[in-house]
Design a protein around this ligand. Sequence first.
Ligand code: ZN
Length: 497
Amino acid sequence: MTTHPPAYSHLLAELRRLDRLSSSLGILFWDEQTNMPPKSAQLRGEQTAALSELVHRESTRPEIGELLAKLKEADLDEDAAAVVREARKAYNRATCLPGEYVARAAAARSAGFHAWVEARKDNDFAQFAPHLEAQIDLAREGAHYQGATDVYDHLIDSFDPGMTSAIIDPLFAELEEGIRPILGTILGSERGVDPSLFKGFPEDKQEVFLREVVTAFGFDFGRGRIDRAIHPFCGGHPEDTRMTTRYDSDNPLDSITSAMHETGHALYEQGLNREFAGTALGSSVGMAVHESQSRLWENQVGRSRAFWRHWEPRYRELFPEQLAPLSSADLHLAINRVAITPIRVDADEVTYNLHILLRYQMERDLFSGKLTVKDVPAAWNARSAEILRFTPQTDREGCLQDVHWSEGLFGYFPSYTLGNLLAAQLWYRLQEDLPDVEAQIGRAEFTPLLEWLRNHVHSLGRRYYTQTFAQKVTGSPLTPQPLLRYLRERYLPLYSN
Ligand code: ZN
């Protein structure tokens, strides 16, 4: 066993303490979305602000800087070197930001979010424009303090370490070209099921089904929960993972697929090395790898014929009358429904990536100066017509639909599609080790799949950044071809007339 310098164990203790402090914010947020009484919002806002300030102060303490300085020349093994590298990156990023800037950015995020809610309601981009302008300026200012050479790349890196637009540009171009003919075949097909046939699915029975699936996937309810919220999400901590879902009696498939998606995130969290939570050894790589886990369980597993071979009888047992008019083939088509929708969060897995390409191009041009805020609605609509072959009728179903920009989250959108690329790469890679995985899924045996992900993905923590991670685990950096192959294999047989 390697002996580490004393400064290393002190650093680990500091990081553990910071992890405990900052993850409390996640539990507060979860509570706000699920249980908090309506009149407590003001208090919760103040609690969150006070705790955020404390977390920032504690994570920028000079003592941590001193430990990092002591470890600069230390001879460390690969794991310890990764811990120090990530701790230094986080410390530098946090200490570069003046306290005045942090407070101003937090206030602007809150104002931006409320302005966006109002602007979207009123379908009036002009109300939101000055806030978007302010968010872009703040993002530039923050990147400048942190010594970024390219602002947009710096923002992307904060969600997916090591990722840049120079890497993303050709990936997305190749993906778009490959999706086009697949989508053409699907949209030209006469096959499909009317979604309005799914009506009157009682929520309590939906919940029974969903909990059975989530349990079978391997979610540990001993250190995690699933509750109801308006927006499905997964948060909390590897020791205490909080998922949410929603139910709609006339849209039952949404709650299943959302829950499978969030379970994928949760299984990743629960599979991280808990002893080292808050360090490179016990953290996720970034958003793309996180999203690869949610998409793999939702799409490659949850929308497959194999999965439904086992679960369809149980689903029919719970909803005999509701499902009576639908054949097995109908149910499968409905689960794999593809349509051009104005709203990203309603999109299927074929068209979803086109929504992301549109947002990525918009962000890239906003930060390069090619596009100004006042031209956002027109540019959005023109790009939508080109990429999605759909022109939004209102800004509400166009450039005002997503919350991200109102809170200064730029560079986040690409992660969704990068996660889809990685999910498909992992899917084909894991079948080399688990040739029977589809048969196992057909018997609701998910342990071999989860074990493979535990060993090859979850246990790696953030030792490697996205591209190196993809290379090490799948044998290739991110590439669009496996996703295109998967989409062809999944959708062309379903939609060939
Ligand atoms: Zn997700």
